[in-house]
Design a protein around this ligand. Structure first.
Ligand code: ATP
Length: 302
């Protein structure tokens, strides 16, 4: 099953163009949707999750028309929204049981087995009787995945799930996502490049509603080979370097300012070549230093 998004556009009533002609093909596996705040990621996720309307364009999941046949989408969808609310006094087990009933798992025995399996999978079994209000950020997000997996989804959408998690919880959350079946399409929306680097075999970069890059992370990195240069600069020099070079990122490393520059040849004295990574690819794309046409849409087959 493939998710095909074609020419999807959305403008909010206040004039913000949140999605502008978005075309993407998403295959089973982990797909990273990267973009800065306001890029349109949540708008795209909410549209695919049938929670809001697009103005134009189309999206199909296998042979389901995502924009029109919302009930069919909901039967195969798991969704962890950005602002995932919980009932603080209810236990994890009770809420999952309740949600399982709503999902139509009406046999008590089957429901119990499913809930237990999910609590185990998300490492929450020991905490199953505790009120959700007492959960840490990481436990909440893992619970969010448990509820999203209840109906055995074919399409799992997780919107900025690792924001605010501590490093250990992030790793645990990543491992959980990485274990989800190979046949499921998992879309991970995030502004954290490392999330995509660690998990995703496919990705897209979205900015101001437009797809700037789509494909395999490794391809995006390889395209920059030989073109990323590094130099440590004094604070006083930074403005000059920024004026003269195509700076893609500046970062403090142990108190010194490290600059990464995009250049087809050596940018000059003091610069040394570095192996590009996904962060370079992301920032070079966002800053417009590399023009990489999005993967062309495959014509839809009727
Ligand atoms: N209901 C709304 N009405 C008007 N503008 C909106 C609405 N929702 C989002 N926007 C605007 O649309 C743009 C895209 O927002 P969206 O939330 O989809 O981006 P995002 O990439 O998810 O960003 P974030 O990481 O901040 O959630 C932003 O400029 C945002 O301010």
């Amino acid at each position: 099953m493939e998710l095909r998004i074609q020419n999807l556009s959305k403008r909010y009533p206040n004039g913000t163009q949140a999605l502008a002609d978005v075309t993407l093909t998403v295959r089973p596996g982990m797909f990273g949707l990267l973009g800065p705040n306001g890029a349109g990621k949540s708008t795209l996720m909410r549209t695919l999750a049938t929670l809001q309307e697009a103005d134009s364009g189309s999206a199909t999941l296998g042979n389901i028309d995502v924009l029109r046949d919302k009930d069919a989408v909901r039967r195969v969808l798991g969704y962890l929204p950005q602002d995932f609310g919980l009932y603080p006094k209810v236990s994890a087990e009770d809420l999952l049981e309740h949600l399982a009933t709503l999902k139509g798992i009406s046999q008590a025995k089957e429901r119990k087995a499913r809930v237990s399996a999910l609590l185990n999978q998300t490492n929450l079994y020991a905490a199953r009787k505790k009120p959700l209000g007492s959960f840490s950020g990481g436990m909440r997000q893992r619970f969010g995945i448990a509820q999203a997996l209840l109906g055995n989804p074919q399409l799992l959408i997780v919107d900025e799930p690792t924001a605010g998690l501590d490093p250990e919880e992030r790793v645990r959350f990543h491992n959980l996502l990485a274990d989800i079946g190979q046949d499921v399409i998992v879309i991970l929306s995030t502004h954290i490049v490392a999330d995509v680097h660690e998990l995703c075999s496919q990705m897209a970069v979205l900015d101001k509603g437009r797809v700037l890059l789509a494909g395999e992370p490794q391809e995006a990195i390889s395209r920059l080979s030989g073109r990323i240069w590094r130099r440590f600069v004094e604070k006083a020099e930074l403005a000059d370097v920024q004026a003269q070079q195509r700076v893609i990122s500046t970062r403090l490393v142990m108190g010194r300012t490290r600059v990464h520059v995009y250049s087809e040849g050596s940018p000059g004295a003091g610069f040394e070549p570095v192996e590009p990574d996904l962060e370079d690819a992301y920032f070079a794309t966002i800053k417009g230093h590399v023009q990489t046409a999005p993967v062309p849409a495959t014509p839809a087959v009727a």
